[in-house]
Design a protein around this ligand. Sequence first.
Ligand code: ADP
Length: 397
Amino acid sequence: MNILVINAGSSSLKYQFIDMQTEAVLAKGQCDRIGIEGSNIVQKAGGKVYKVIAPLKDHTDAFDAVVKALTDPEAGAVADMSSINAAGHRVVHGGERFTRSVLIDDQVLRAIEENIALAPLHNPANLTGIRACGDVMPGVPMVAVFDTAFHQTMPRRAYLYGLPYDYYTRLRVRRYGFHGTSHRFVSQRAAELLGRPIEQLKFVICHLGNGSSISAVDGGRSIDTTMGLTPLEGVLMGTRAGDMDPAITEFLCGAEDKSAHEITSVYNKQSGLLGLSGGLSSDWRDICDAALAGDDAARRTAEVFAYRIRKYIGAYATAMNGLDAVIFTAGIGENSHDARRLIMEDTEFLGIRMDEAKNKARETFISADDSRVKVMIVPTNEELAIARDTLEIVGKR
Ligand code: ADP
Protein backbone atom coordinates (compact mmCIF):
# COMPACT_ATOMS: atom_id res chain seq x y z
CA MET A 1 0.00 0.00 0.00
CA ASN A 2 1.21 3.54 -0.87
CA ILE A 3 0.20 6.38 1.41
CA LEU A 4 0.26 10.10 0.77
CA VAL A 5 1.02 12.06 3.95
CA ILE A 6 -0.18 15.64 3.93
CA ASN A 7 0.66 18.62 6.09
CA ALA A 8 -1.43 21.55 4.83
CA GLY A 9 -0.67 25.07 6.05
CA SER A 10 -2.45 28.27 5.10
CA SER A 11 -0.30 28.93 2.03
CA SER A 12 1.79 25.78 1.82
CA LEU A 13 1.27 22.05 1.43
CA LYS A 14 4.01 19.59 2.33
CA TYR A 15 3.71 15.96 1.36
CA GLN A 16 5.48 12.61 1.40
CA PHE A 17 4.51 9.57 -0.59
CA ILE A 18 5.47 6.39 1.27
CA ASP A 19 5.58 2.73 0.21
CA MET A 20 4.35 1.02 3.37
CA GLN A 21 5.81 -2.36 2.52
CA THR A 22 9.34 -0.99 2.88
CA GLU A 23 8.47 2.35 4.54
CA ALA A 24 10.59 3.96 1.81
CA VAL A 25 9.81 7.55 0.85
CA LEU A 26 9.01 7.37 -2.86
CA ALA A 27 8.54 11.13 -3.22
CA LYS A 28 8.69 14.20 -1.05
CA GLY A 29 7.52 17.65 -2.04
CA GLN A 30 6.08 20.99 -1.17
CA CYS A 31 3.69 23.51 -2.73
CA ASP A 32 4.47 27.06 -1.66
CA ARG A 33 2.73 30.42 -1.96
CA ILE A 34 -0.71 28.89 -2.56
CA GLY A 35 -3.08 31.73 -3.41
CA ILE A 36 -0.18 34.17 -3.69
CA GLU A 37 1.78 35.32 -6.74
CA GLY A 38 4.75 33.08 -7.60
CA SER A 39 3.23 29.82 -6.36
CA ASN A 40 5.22 26.69 -7.13
CA ILE A 41 5.69 23.00 -6.47
CA VAL A 42 8.99 21.24 -5.90
CA GLN A 43 9.26 17.46 -5.59
CA LYS A 44 12.12 15.02 -5.18
CA ALA A 45 11.53 11.41 -6.22
CA GLY A 46 14.18 8.75 -6.79
CA GLY A 47 16.96 11.32 -7.24
CA LYS A 48 14.93 13.35 -9.74
CA VAL A 49 13.77 16.88 -9.06
CA TYR A 50 10.45 18.16 -10.39
CA LYS A 51 9.86 21.89 -10.18
CA VAL A 52 6.98 23.82 -11.67
CA ILE A 53 6.16 27.48 -11.16
CA ALA A 54 2.45 27.73 -11.85
CA PRO A 55 -0.49 29.61 -10.42
CA LEU A 56 -2.02 27.59 -7.58
CA LYS A 57 -5.03 29.67 -6.61
CA ASP A 58 -6.15 27.35 -3.82
CA HIS A 59 -5.48 23.99 -2.16
CA THR A 60 -7.50 22.13 -4.83
CA ASP A 61 -5.09 23.50 -7.45
CA ALA A 62 -2.23 22.46 -5.20
CA PHE A 63 -3.54 18.87 -4.96
CA ASP A 64 -3.95 18.74 -8.73
CA ALA A 65 -0.31 19.78 -8.96
CA VAL A 66 0.72 17.11 -6.42
CA VAL A 67 -1.05 14.38 -8.42
CA LYS A 68 0.58 15.65 -11.64
CA ALA A 69 4.00 15.67 -9.96
CA LEU A 70 3.58 12.17 -8.48
CA THR A 71 2.46 10.74 -11.82
CA ASP A 72 4.85 12.72 -14.03
CA PRO A 73 6.30 10.29 -16.61
CA GLU A 74 9.81 11.79 -16.27
CA ALA A 75 10.26 12.72 -12.62
CA GLY A 76 7.23 11.15 -10.90
CA ALA A 77 6.97 8.21 -8.52
CA VAL A 78 4.01 6.20 -9.86
CA ALA A 79 2.31 5.47 -13.18
CA ASP A 80 -1.16 6.66 -12.23
CA MET A 81 -3.47 7.81 -9.44
CA SER A 82 -4.65 4.28 -8.66
CA SER A 83 -1.28 3.76 -6.91
CA ILE A 84 -2.27 6.30 -4.23
CA ASN A 85 -4.15 4.02 -1.85
CA ALA A 86 -4.80 6.31 1.11
CA ALA A 87 -4.03 9.75 2.51
CA GLY A 88 -2.99 10.67 6.06
CA HIS A 89 -3.54 14.27 7.12
CA ARG A 90 -1.82 16.10 9.94
CA VAL A 91 -4.41 18.05 11.94
CA VAL A 92 -3.16 20.40 14.62
CA HIS A 93 -6.03 20.58 17.11
CA GLY A 94 -8.29 17.67 17.97
CA GLY A 95 -9.53 19.25 21.21
CA GLU A 96 -10.81 16.74 23.77
CA ARG A 97 -12.75 14.83 21.15
CA PHE A 98 -9.86 12.97 19.50
CA THR A 99 -7.63 10.73 21.56
CA ARG A 100 -6.27 8.85 18.56
CA SER A 101 -6.14 8.99 14.76
CA VAL A 102 -9.46 8.47 12.92
CA LEU A 103 -10.87 7.73 9.49
CA ILE A 104 -12.23 11.00 8.09
CA ASP A 105 -15.98 11.24 7.49
CA ASP A 106 -18.46 14.12 7.62
CA GLN A 107 -18.74 13.89 11.39
CA VAL A 108 -14.98 14.10 11.83
CA LEU A 109 -14.84 17.10 9.50
CA ARG A 110 -17.51 18.83 11.59
CA ALA A 111 -15.59 18.09 14.79
CA ILE A 112 -12.36 19.53 13.34
CA GLU A 113 -14.38 22.58 12.35
CA GLU A 114 -15.67 22.91 15.91
CA ASN A 115 -12.08 23.10 17.12
CA ILE A 116 -11.24 26.08 14.90
CA ALA A 117 -11.69 28.44 17.87
CA LEU A 118 -8.83 26.61 19.63
CA ALA A 119 -6.44 26.74 16.63
CA PRO A 120 -7.60 29.57 14.38
CA LEU A 121 -4.41 29.60 12.32
CA HIS A 122 -3.99 25.87 11.78
CA ASN A 123 -7.28 23.96 11.73
CA PRO A 124 -8.84 25.93 8.84
CA ALA A 125 -5.78 25.21 6.69
CA ASN A 126 -5.85 21.52 7.66
CA LEU A 127 -9.56 21.36 6.76
CA THR A 128 -9.01 23.06 3.43
CA GLY A 129 -6.30 20.49 2.70
CA ILE A 130 -8.57 17.56 3.56
CA ARG A 131 -11.46 18.88 1.45
CA ALA A 132 -9.21 19.61 -1.53
CA CYS A 133 -7.63 16.16 -1.29
CA GLY A 134 -11.10 14.57 -1.21
CA ASP A 135 -12.11 16.58 -4.31
CA VAL A 136 -9.04 15.60 -6.30
CA MET A 137 -8.89 11.98 -5.13
CA PRO A 138 -12.52 10.93 -4.59
CA GLY A 139 -12.89 7.51 -3.02
CA VAL A 140 -9.37 7.45 -1.58
CA PRO A 141 -9.72 6.84 2.20
CA MET A 142 -8.34 9.62 4.39
CA VAL A 143 -7.18 9.55 8.00
CA ALA A 144 -6.71 12.49 10.40
CA VAL A 145 -3.74 12.38 12.79
CA PHE A 146 -3.90 15.01 15.54
CA ASP A 147 -0.99 16.85 17.21
CA THR A 148 -2.98 16.94 20.43
CA ALA A 149 -4.21 13.32 20.59
CA PHE A 150 -1.26 11.69 22.38
CA HIS A 151 -1.51 14.17 25.26
CA GLN A 152 -5.17 13.40 25.97
CA THR A 153 -3.99 10.90 28.62
CA MET A 154 -2.79 13.77 30.85
CA PRO A 155 -4.49 13.71 34.26
CA ARG A 156 -6.58 16.74 35.20
CA ARG A 157 -3.95 17.93 37.68
CA ALA A 158 -1.68 18.48 34.65
CA TYR A 159 -4.18 19.91 32.18
CA LEU A 160 -6.21 22.28 34.37
CA TYR A 161 -5.16 25.91 34.69
CA GLY A 162 -5.78 27.76 37.95
CA LEU A 163 -8.65 29.72 36.42
CA PRO A 164 -12.37 29.83 37.24
CA TYR A 165 -13.44 26.26 36.52
CA ASP A 166 -16.22 27.28 34.18
CA TYR A 167 -13.64 28.60 31.67
CA TYR A 168 -12.78 24.94 31.29
CA THR A 169 -16.31 23.53 31.19
CA ARG A 170 -17.78 26.31 29.05
CA LEU A 171 -14.87 27.40 26.88
CA ARG A 172 -12.58 24.33 27.05
CA VAL A 173 -9.62 26.40 28.24
CA ARG A 174 -7.05 23.80 29.38
CA ARG A 175 -3.64 22.41 28.49
CA TYR A 176 -3.83 20.34 25.30
CA GLY A 177 -0.18 20.03 24.25
CA PHE A 178 1.17 19.62 20.72
CA HIS A 179 3.85 17.65 18.79
CA GLY A 180 2.01 14.57 20.11
CA THR A 181 2.74 12.51 16.99
CA SER A 182 6.45 13.11 17.54
CA HIS A 183 6.41 12.45 21.31
CA ARG A 184 4.54 9.18 20.70
CA PHE A 185 6.81 8.01 17.85
CA VAL A 186 9.98 8.85 19.76
CA SER A 187 8.89 7.22 23.01
CA GLN A 188 8.00 3.97 21.21
CA ARG A 189 11.31 3.98 19.35
CA ALA A 190 13.26 4.70 22.55
CA ALA A 191 11.65 1.71 24.29
CA GLU A 192 12.66 -0.48 21.32
CA LEU A 193 16.23 0.83 21.49
CA LEU A 194 16.34 0.16 25.24
CA GLY A 195 14.94 -3.32 24.64
CA ARG A 196 12.38 -2.90 27.42
CA PRO A 197 8.57 -2.81 27.51
CA ILE A 198 7.36 0.79 27.25
CA GLU A 199 4.92 0.15 30.12
CA GLN A 200 7.88 0.02 32.52
CA LEU A 201 9.65 3.16 31.32
CA LYS A 202 9.62 6.82 32.37
CA PHE A 203 10.83 9.28 29.74
CA VAL A 204 11.34 13.01 29.43
CA ILE A 205 11.17 13.75 25.71
CA CYS A 206 12.74 17.01 24.51
CA HIS A 207 11.36 17.84 21.05
CA LEU A 208 13.52 20.84 20.17
CA GLY A 209 12.95 22.44 16.77
CA ASN A 210 11.70 25.83 15.68
CA GLY A 211 8.80 25.05 17.93
CA SER A 212 9.82 23.08 21.01
CA SER A 213 8.00 21.08 23.65
CA ILE A 214 8.98 18.76 26.47
CA SER A 215 6.80 15.89 27.61
CA ALA A 216 6.71 13.43 30.50
CA VAL A 217 5.86 9.98 29.15
CA ASP A 218 5.18 7.41 31.86
CA GLY A 219 4.51 3.85 30.73
CA GLY A 220 3.93 5.03 27.15
CA ARG A 221 1.33 7.63 28.17
CA SER A 222 1.82 11.39 28.15
CA ILE A 223 1.23 12.65 31.68
CA ASP A 224 2.36 16.24 31.17
CA THR A 225 3.73 18.53 28.46
CA THR A 226 4.92 22.11 28.20
CA MET A 227 2.68 23.48 25.45
CA GLY A 228 -0.76 24.53 26.58
CA LEU A 229 -4.02 25.78 25.11
CA THR A 230 -1.86 26.93 22.22
CA PRO A 231 1.73 26.15 21.15
CA LEU A 232 2.95 29.36 22.82
CA GLU A 233 3.46 28.01 26.33
CA GLY A 234 6.55 26.22 27.66
CA VAL A 235 10.21 26.55 26.76
CA LEU A 236 11.88 29.27 24.71
CA MET A 237 11.39 28.69 20.96
CA GLY A 238 12.62 30.24 17.72
CA THR A 239 10.27 33.22 17.89
CA ARG A 240 7.89 32.20 20.72
CA ALA A 241 8.30 33.43 24.27
CA GLY A 242 7.14 30.36 26.20
CA ASP A 243 6.19 30.60 29.90
CA MET A 244 5.72 34.02 31.44
CA ASP A 245 3.58 36.05 33.82
CA PRO A 246 0.18 36.63 32.14
CA ALA A 247 0.05 40.12 33.71
CA ILE A 248 2.81 41.17 31.29
CA THR A 249 0.15 41.47 28.57
CA GLU A 250 -1.79 44.26 30.28
CA PHE A 251 1.44 45.96 31.29
CA LEU A 252 2.77 45.98 27.71
CA CYS A 253 -0.57 47.00 26.20
CA GLY A 254 -0.42 50.13 28.36
CA ALA A 255 3.29 50.81 28.05
CA GLU A 256 3.44 50.28 24.28
CA ASP A 257 -0.10 51.45 23.43
CA LYS A 258 -0.86 48.19 21.66
CA SER A 259 -3.82 45.83 21.65
CA ALA A 260 -3.72 42.39 23.32
CA HIS A 261 -3.80 40.94 19.81
CA GLU A 262 -0.70 42.91 18.81
CA ILE A 263 1.17 41.95 21.97
CA THR A 264 0.25 38.27 21.53
CA SER A 265 1.67 38.49 18.04
CA VAL A 266 4.93 39.80 19.58
CA TYR A 267 4.93 36.76 21.92
CA ASN A 268 4.50 34.44 18.93
CA LYS A 269 6.61 36.05 16.24
CA GLN A 270 9.19 38.40 17.76
CA SER A 271 10.17 36.71 21.01
CA GLY A 272 12.08 33.54 21.91
CA LEU A 273 15.60 33.19 20.52
CA LEU A 274 14.96 36.06 18.10
CA GLY A 275 13.64 38.51 20.68
CA LEU A 276 15.97 37.71 23.54
CA SER A 277 19.04 37.93 21.30
CA GLY A 278 18.00 41.47 20.26
CA GLY A 279 17.04 40.37 16.77
CA LEU A 280 20.16 38.31 16.04
CA SER A 281 18.36 35.19 14.81
CA SER A 282 15.50 32.79 15.45
CA ASP A 283 17.74 29.92 14.33
CA TRP A 284 19.56 28.00 17.06
CA ARG A 285 22.65 27.43 14.89
CA ASP A 286 23.23 31.19 14.56
CA ILE A 287 22.68 31.77 18.29
CA CYS A 288 24.94 28.89 19.23
CA ASP A 289 27.76 29.93 16.87
CA ALA A 290 27.62 33.54 18.09
CA ALA A 291 27.53 32.43 21.75
CA LEU A 292 30.60 30.24 21.26
CA ALA A 293 32.33 33.24 19.62
CA GLY A 294 31.66 35.23 22.81
CA ASP A 295 28.70 37.38 21.74
CA ASP A 296 26.92 38.37 24.95
CA ALA A 297 23.42 38.69 23.46
CA ALA A 298 23.72 35.17 22.06
CA ARG A 299 25.13 33.84 25.35
CA ARG A 300 22.25 35.12 27.47
CA THR A 301 19.82 33.65 24.93
CA ALA A 302 21.52 30.24 24.99
CA GLU A 303 21.57 30.33 28.80
CA VAL A 304 17.83 30.96 29.10
CA PHE A 305 17.10 28.39 26.37
CA ALA A 306 19.05 25.60 28.10
CA TYR A 307 17.98 26.52 31.64
CA ARG A 308 14.26 26.43 30.88
CA ILE A 309 14.54 22.94 29.37
CA ARG A 310 16.66 21.65 32.29
CA LYS A 311 14.06 22.98 34.74
CA TYR A 312 11.36 20.92 33.03
CA ILE A 313 13.52 17.78 33.06
CA GLY A 314 13.70 18.08 36.85
CA ALA A 315 10.02 18.92 37.18
CA TYR A 316 8.92 15.98 35.07
CA ALA A 317 11.23 13.52 36.86
CA THR A 318 9.37 14.53 40.02
CA ALA A 319 5.98 14.36 38.30
CA MET A 320 6.71 10.75 37.31
CA ASN A 321 8.48 9.90 40.60
CA GLY A 322 11.38 8.52 38.57
CA LEU A 323 13.24 8.74 35.30
CA ASP A 324 14.76 6.14 32.96
CA ALA A 325 15.83 8.29 30.02
CA VAL A 326 16.00 11.85 28.72
CA ILE A 327 15.49 11.82 24.98
CA PHE A 328 16.47 14.50 22.45
CA THR A 329 14.73 14.83 19.10
CA ALA A 330 13.90 17.25 16.20
CA GLY A 331 16.20 19.79 14.48
CA ILE A 332 18.08 21.07 17.55
CA GLY A 333 17.72 17.96 19.70
CA GLU A 334 19.08 15.64 17.01
CA ASN A 335 21.79 17.91 15.62
CA SER A 336 23.23 20.24 18.22
CA HIS A 337 25.67 18.62 20.65
CA ASP A 338 26.20 22.07 22.18
CA ALA A 339 22.49 22.38 23.00
CA ARG A 340 22.44 18.90 24.56
CA ARG A 341 25.59 19.63 26.59
CA LEU A 342 24.27 22.97 27.89
CA ILE A 343 20.89 21.49 28.82
CA MET A 344 22.36 18.50 30.63
CA GLU A 345 24.86 20.53 32.72
CA ASP A 346 24.47 20.03 36.49
CA THR A 347 22.02 17.15 36.33
CA GLU A 348 24.23 14.59 38.16
CA PHE A 349 21.94 14.60 41.18
CA LEU A 350 19.28 12.97 38.95
CA GLY A 351 21.62 10.05 38.28
CA ILE A 352 22.76 11.39 34.91
CA ARG A 353 26.35 11.27 33.70
CA MET A 354 26.95 12.51 30.16
CA ASP A 355 29.67 11.14 27.87
CA GLU A 356 30.80 14.18 25.89
CA ALA A 357 32.60 12.11 23.25
CA LYS A 358 29.42 10.14 22.53
CA ASN A 359 27.41 13.35 22.54
CA LYS A 360 29.73 14.94 19.97
CA ALA A 361 29.72 11.78 17.86
CA ARG A 362 25.90 11.86 17.91
CA GLU A 363 25.55 8.30 19.16
CA THR A 364 22.14 6.95 20.20
CA PHE A 365 23.21 6.69 23.86
CA ILE A 366 25.08 9.83 24.88
CA SER A 367 25.26 9.19 28.62
CA ALA A 368 28.15 7.29 30.22
CA ASP A 369 27.75 3.52 30.34
CA ASP A 370 27.30 3.63 34.11
CA SER A 371 24.78 6.49 34.05
CA ARG A 372 21.69 5.34 35.98
CA VAL A 373 19.46 7.51 33.80
CA LYS A 374 20.16 7.21 30.07
CA VAL A 375 20.37 10.19 27.71
CA MET A 376 19.48 9.36 24.11
CA ILE A 377 19.16 10.87 20.66
CA VAL A 378 16.13 9.44 18.85
CA PRO A 379 15.31 11.00 15.45
CA THR A 380 11.66 11.83 15.02
CA ASN A 381 9.66 11.05 11.90
CA GLU A 382 6.17 12.53 12.09
CA GLU A 383 5.37 11.66 8.47
CA LEU A 384 6.12 7.98 9.01
CA ALA A 385 4.05 8.00 12.19
CA ILE A 386 1.12 9.50 10.24
CA ALA A 387 1.56 6.93 7.47
CA ARG A 388 1.65 4.02 9.96
CA ASP A 389 -1.56 5.23 11.65
CA THR A 390 -3.21 5.60 8.25
CA LEU A 391 -2.19 2.09 7.23
CA GLU A 392 -3.52 0.63 10.48
CA ILE A 393 -6.87 2.40 10.22
CA VAL A 394 -7.41 1.91 6.49
CA GLY A 395 -6.22 -1.71 6.72
CA LYS A 396 -8.92 -2.44 9.31
CA ARG A 397 -11.82 -1.20 7.18
P1 ADP B 1 10.49 22.77 12.82
O1 ADP B 1 9.92 23.00 14.19
O2 ADP B 1 10.30 23.92 11.89
O3 ADP B 1 10.17 21.41 12.24
P2 ADP B 1 13.21 21.70 12.95
O4 ADP B 1 12.90 20.48 13.72
O5 ADP B 1 13.60 21.56 11.52
O6 ADP B 1 12.06 22.78 13.09
O7 ADP B 1 14.38 22.47 13.74
C1 ADP B 1 14.87 23.70 13.33
C2 ADP B 1 15.99 24.10 14.31
O8 ADP B 1 17.00 23.10 14.30
C3 ADP B 1 16.67 25.43 13.99
O9 ADP B 1 16.77 26.22 15.16
C4 ADP B 1 18.04 24.99 13.52
O10 ADP B 1 19.02 25.93 13.87
C5 ADP B 1 18.27 23.71 14.27
N1 ADP B 1 19.25 22.86 13.57
C6 ADP B 1 19.05 22.16 12.43
N2 ADP B 1 20.21 21.54 12.04
C7 ADP B 1 21.15 21.87 12.99
C8 ADP B 1 22.54 21.56 13.18
N3 ADP B 1 23.19 20.78 12.33
N4 ADP B 1 23.16 22.09 14.27
C9 ADP B 1 22.51 22.87 15.13
N5 ADP B 1 21.20 23.21 15.01
C10 ADP B 1 20.53 22.71 13.96
